[in-house]
Design a protein around this ligand. Structure first.
Ligand SMILES: [Zn+2]
Length: 381
């Protein structure tokens, strides 16, 4: 019995092994319950792309390289600066895999980003069946392209001929042994992993044979990521600063996200700010009509949103400014989180630039690192 190894998550730690009717079972992955899918080779299908704009030269070069790696069974890590358009460079290999009758998955740690990507891929692959699989949304498990949260990978043992994963450095995937084991178990072919801030572990893994690291260090519109401005002030002054800035943006017709470290602080700041500045709202993970609020913002019904980290990744808006309150709280704002936030700004080629403002009582190491990393990325333009 000491030799029990969980076939789902690879666990062999006796502390997480229970016994039922004398038989061992794994307690580490017990929360992953539900229907799973067995592999069946799909029929080859056409997968023509519908892109609104072409790829940049750098994107096109990497995109071809990923396809040739995939044909040769090489796993690829795409190390791309924020805003480099790394999602689009995976489209060619996805299209190729479908045309060869292969199963394709695209996994992301967070459900919001899964939903956003689902709409983008549906538009880009108009002739194919794109499905989204996440908690509470698991009735359809098969399609030409399966977009799923990393939590749902357990449903696909030895399934994906091509598995693309983005934001591998993000919570909750990062350093989570159960999720990492499930990703390995889901893959039968090769993978393409993407990250703006890969950990040292991941980089080391991709230095092994049959692995390659590709770097994409310029943004697709060849514009700089705005360098964050750091404003040092006591916490009680930060809401006043936010009010003054928002009034200024309103006059200039600009829109803004204001990041807060917690749900409570998000609601508190909104209660204060909304007394002085109309035309905004707030979002966080517990707010029920969050997608609706974001929809109103997209249609310019609001010009500012007070938010938690739910809007940190994957969301793009034209002409956006961002402020981060309590940016010095390092338990919430790591340098990679701050870089992601800064990457929200200036992402549309017709409206680059914009403010990125970090507010703190001190400048944390993460704030300094984020500033330096962005400066470094910008030197590659
Ligand atoms: Zn297990």
């Amino acid at each position: 019995m000491e030799n029990f190894i969980c076939e789902r998550c690879g666990n062999r730690d006796p502390r997480y092994i229970g016994f039922k009717n004398g038989k061992p079972y794994c307690r580490r992955c017990i929360s992953f319950q539900g229907e799973s899918v067995s592999y069946e080779k799909p029929l080859p299908k056409r997968a023509p792309l519908n892109l609104h704009y072409g790829l940049s030269q750098d994107q096109a070069r990497l995109s071809e390289k990923i396809v040739s790696n995939f044909k040769n069974g090489i796993d690829t890590l795409v190390y791309a600066v924020c805003g480099a358009g790394k999602t689009e460079i995976s489209y060619a290999v996805i299209s190729y895999a479908i045309s060869q009758g292969m199963t394709v998955g695209f996994a992301l740690p967070r459900r919001d980003v899964v939903i956003e990507l689902f709409y983008r891929l549906k538009e880009s692959f108009p002739e194919n069946k794109v499905v989204a699989v996440f908690g509470q949304h698991t009735s359809v498990l098969k399609g030409d392209i399966i977009i799923l949260t990393t939590h749902q990978l357990f449903r696909y043992p030895n399934y994906f001929d091509l598995l693309v994963m983005d934001e591998i450095d993000a919570f909750p995937f990062k350093d989570n042994p159960v999720l990492i084991a499930m990703y390995r178990r889901a893959m039968r072919g090769s993978c393409v992993l993407m990250s703006a801030t890969p950990s040292e572990n991941v980089i080391q893994e991709f230095k092994k044979p049959d692995h390659e690291i590709l770097e994409l260090r310029t943004r697709f519109h060849h514009q700089e990521i705005p360098l964050p401005q750091t404003k040092i002030m006591p916490s009680f002054l930060q809401p006043l600063f936010v009010v003054a800035k928002l009034l200024h943006y309103k006059k200039e017709g600009k829109c803004c996200f204001v990041f807060t470290p917690s749900i409570e602080e998000c609601e508190m700041l909104y209660r204060f700010v909304s007394c002085f500045v109309k035309g905004g709202s707030f979002v966080h993970s517990k707010k029920e009509n969050r997608q609706e609020t974001i929809g109103i913002f997209k249609k310019k019904g609001y010009f500012y949103l007070i938010t938690t980290s739910v809007l940190e990744r994957g969301v793009t808006f034209k002409n956006l400014q961002v402020m981060v309150t309590h940016a010095d709280r390092e338990s919430i704002y790591s340098s990679s989180a701050l870089i992601q936030i800064a990457g929200r700004v200036g992402r549309k080629s017709d409206a680059p630039g914009g403010d990125v403002i970090f507010l703190g009582e001190v400048e944390s190491k993460a704030m300094k690192d984020a500033h330096d990393e962005i400066q470094f990325c910008n030197t590659f333009l």
